[in-house]
Design a protein around this ligand. Structure first.
Ligand SMILES: Cc1cc2nc3c(=O)[nH]c(=O)nc-3n(C[C@H](O)[C@H](O)[C@H](O)COP(=O)(O)OP(=O)(O)OC[C@H]3O[C@@H](n4cnc5c(N)ncnc54)[C@H](O)[C@@H]3O)c2cc1C
Ligand code: FES
Length: 286
């Protein structure tokens, strides 16, 4: 039984839940995700493992209400159970398997856009625990949409916050913040970028300009999450790759973002219809 042990709204539409899943917690690594079905007829929804506690046997997920199924997920309350939670899925972040001598030479900059802050957190935490220098940029449209700022400060060397409207931190986007930080003299061997596809595309271009290798985490459409259906296929370096089993992290320089964005929007009409006709399956709200 995948019981929800705690629930907290981080913004009016972003919810953090701690879920009991001992076997999943025992195997989870940064960069991996899970698939939740809220009830037996529920859609399979991929969500990043935002934290895990092996001793407690829990995983933390952060869900943004965007359509019908994410609305169902965040309607659940502590004490209730999801029908199933499958994972960990996908490959762990590259640094998890990196030889110690190579890891010791790294200096990471993790760049998070909006909800992407939640998946960046376990990566910063892992790097900090392993003594690897790590700075983090969190970007959001406005101050009210910033999440995980206190938690992130605990697990990185320098936290840089930027908002599009300047309501908190640097005024500008993550790309501007990155250029500013590098101009100030910070040096990085590797960037990891997580956020909306368009943000990852342009931040990768900025990294390229600055000569920083960039890894991105692709939130493609997914169905089975096991490499069988092909829903998550993306073009990386001219080759078709399945994000669910060969990713979700890829070399950003090699990703065909324009194709990935076209594929991500291909069921827009169906999603809008599902959202308009949506009645919350457990009877609370829309
Ligand atoms: C590896 C991975 C990790 C993710 N991590 C998180 C996370 O930690 N927190 C979070 O809130 N969201 C995360 N997402 C996105 C999340 O899965 C979608 O927001 C969710 O599936 C939307 O479902 P919906 O019915 O609420 O919305 P819909 O109205 O059905 O869709 C809204 C948009 O969500 C995307 N989407 C829809 N169905 C899927 C699907 N089956 N798989 C992937 N994307 C879909 C599409 O871009 C679509 O346009 C992740 C996606 C992937 C692939
Ligand atoms: S989600 Fe089906 S192959 Fe990746």
């Amino acid at each position: 039984m995948f019981e929800i042990l705690s629930k907290e709204m981080l913004t009016p539409i972003i919810c953090r839940m701690k879920v009991s899943a001992p076997r999943l917690a025992a195997a989870a690594q940064p960069g991996q995700f899970l698939i939740v079905r809220a009830d037996e007829k529920g859609e399979r929804i991929p969500l990043t493992i935002s934290d895990f506690d092996r001793k407690e046997g829990t995983v933390t997920i952060v869900t943004q209400k965007i359509g019908a199924s994410t609305a169902d997920i965040i309607a659940y309350e502590p004490g209730e159970c999801f029908a199933d939670v499958v994972g960990p899925l996908g490959l762990a972040s590259e640094f998890v398997e990196m030889p110690a001598d190579k890891l010791a030479q790294q200096r990471y900059i993790l760049i998070a856009g909006g909800l992407g802050t939640a998946p960046v957190y376990p990566q910063a935490k892992w790097l900090k625990e392993h003594g690897v220098p790590v700075d983090v940029i969190i970007g959001a449209k406005t101050k009210d949409l910033l999440i995980y700022t206190d938690e992130m400060r605990e697990v990185c060397d320098n936290l840089f916050i930027c908002t599009d409207d300047g309501s908190e931190g640097f005024k500008g986007m993550g790309t501007n913040m990155l250029e500013h930080v590098v101009e100030e003299g910070h040096k990085y061997t590797q960037a990891v970028i997580i956020g909306p596809m368009i943000m990852m595309k342009f931040t990768t271009l900025t990294c390229k300009k600055l000569g920083i290798p960039a890894i991105v985490s692709l939130n493609t459409l997914m169905v089975d999450g096991t490499g069988m259906c092909g829903a998550c296929r993306v073009s990386v370096g001219g080759k078709t790759r399945f994000a669910c089993v060969e990713g979700p992290e890829f070399d950003g320089y090699e990703v065909d973002f324009d194709q990935a964005m076209r594929r991500q929007g291909q069921y827009k009409a169906e999603e809008i219809a599902a959202n308009e006709n949506h009645v919350c399956k457990i009877g609370r709200g829309k």
